[in-house]
Every structure is written in structure tokens, then in C-alpha cells.
Design a binder for this molecule. Structure first.
Ligand code: DX5
Ligand code: ZN
Length: 231
């Protein structure tokens, strides 16, 4: 009996927002029909960039009821998951490459009553996921489609086969993609099993974000339709 396809979600990444008017940008995303927001936390060590911390997450939390997905690109996620949970994160994604006890941190995140996810950099083999975690500990796996640290980069097509392999292993897991996501690349990822789409530049640089989100949805639905037709 064919299972219901997983619902797909579109999350604008606020790293691409205009920080001089962040509150308005959050409201723009909410009114445009975003399913949630993606917040990139960078510490200048795990990645060569520094973004923002728990206080900004707390401020965003005050602006919107959308679920907040917090992507920790930091060396020591073990030291900060509680702060981000208390600041309002609904999901915390840590990197499998972070030099910490990943399984403990995943357990800590779940212990704080929020969803837990693992992120893999483009060059990290899928097998690394299963050396530190079991599928039952994870609410989401994020497969980076750019090298983490900056928005506006080019989509790395080599990750597509990793998305397909992970979907074959985990038919019901939320699989997110992040980096260089636009209509064509979202369709490519949807066709092989991604169901959570994170986009910064494509959405926040759009004059009409609602139209941009609708266009992404159409591209994803067309790809899913084509995949179903292939059977
Ligand atoms: C990169 C971040 C991404 C980035 C996406 O390290 O994790 O979320 O903001 O930006 P775009 O969609 O512009 O590639
Ligand atoms: Zn991100």
C-alpha cells in the first residue's frame, strides 16, 4: 500500500534577511506563507563566519509563531543547546562533524522537549551519520548542499546521490537541504526524497516573497508528480 508522501516544508533562512529591519523581514516571511524559519548560528570557529546568538533567536521568537529551526554551526553545541531551546528553538540541528559527544547532545536536545536533528557537510559520507546516531534519535537530517558558513553559494550537485541514499534508508525521516536552493535545485532534491527546503537568497532577495515561495512549491510539486508518474 503506497504510503502518503511526506508533507514538504519551505523555510526561509534569515541569514539572507535585511538585519536593519529584522522584525519586518520575519513578518514578511510569515505573511508570504513560510512553514518555519531557519536560523544559522555561526561561531567563527566551526565555520569562518560569525552570525548571531540566543538573544537574536529570542527576539525572533517574540516576532512570530512560526517554528524556529536553529542550525548550530558551532564548535561546542553541547554548551549551548539549553540556551537555544530556552530562547525559543523548536528544532536544533547540530553537525555530525562537531568535536563533541553527538549522541549525548542529541539526547540533551530531546530532553529539553524539542526536536533534534543532525547535519552533514557536503563532503561527509552518509555512513558517518550511523556511526554516532540511530534513526530513532533523529527528527530530521540536514544534508548541506553548500559548504557551511555563507549564504549565496552555488548548489553542490554531488549531494543529490546522498539525499537519494538517505531517503532509501529512512522513508519517513524529515530530510532537509540547505544552500543554493531555488526552483530548479529544490525540484532536483525533491525528486530524490528531500522534503524540507531551506532557502535564504532565493526568498529574502525576492521582491515578492509570497510569489517566490509559491513558485518553489510548484517546482517541488511538479518534481514529486513526475516522480510518482515514473512509479
Ligand atoms: C549556510 C547556511 C544556509 C544559508 C543558505 O552555512 O547554513 O542556511 O544561509 O543560504 P542560501 O539559500 O542563500 O544558499
Ligand atoms: Zn543553515
Amino acid at each position: 500500500m503506497p504510503t502518503e508522501p511526506l508533507p514538504f516544508q519551505i523555510l526561509p533562512s534569515i541569514l539572507a534577511a535585511d538585519f536593519t529591519r529584522l522584525g519586518e523581514e520575519i513578518r514578511r516571511a510569515e505573511e508570504a506563507g513560510a512553514d518555519g524559519l531557519h536560523l544559522d548560528i555561526m561561531d567563527g570557529h566551526f565555520v569562518r563566519n560569525i552570525s548571531f546568538g540566543p538573544d537574536v533567536v529570542r527576539a525572533v521568537r517574540r516576532c512570530t509563531r512560526l517554528p524556529l529551526s536553529v542550525h548550530l554551526m558551532i564548535q561546542r553545541p553541547d554548551l549551548y543547546v539549553r540556551e537555544f531551546a530556552e530562547a525559543g528553538a523548536n528544532l536544533i540541528l547540530i553537525h555530525v562533524e562537531a568535536p563533541c559527544d553527538v549522541r549525548n547532545v542529541l539526547r540533551d536536545i530531546r530532553g529539553l522537549g524539542i526536536r533534534a536533528g543532525l547535519t552533514l557537510n557536503p563532503e561527509t559520507p552518509l555512513e558517518c551519520l550511523w556511526t554516532v546516531a540511530e534513526a530513532s534519535w533523529l527528527d530530521e537530517v540536514l544534508l548541506m548542499t553548500v559548504h557551511p558558513g555563507f549564504g549565496g553559494q552555488k548548489f553542490l550537485r554531488a549531494v543529490v546521490s546522498k539525499i537519494r541514499a538517505l531517503r532509501e534508508q529512512c522513508p519517513r525521516l524529515d530530510i532537509s537541504v540547505d544552500g543554493g536552493i531555488g526552483n530548479a535545485t529544490a525540484a532536483e532534491c525533491a525528486a530524490v526524497g528531500a522534503n524540507v527546503f531551506i532557502a535564504g537568497t532565493t526568498l529574502f532577495r525576492a521582491a515578492d516573497m509570497r510569489a517566490a515561495i509559491q513558485s518553489l512549491r510548484k517546482s517541488i510539486q511538479a518534481a514529486l508528480g513526475a516522480t510518482e508518474a515514473k512509479g
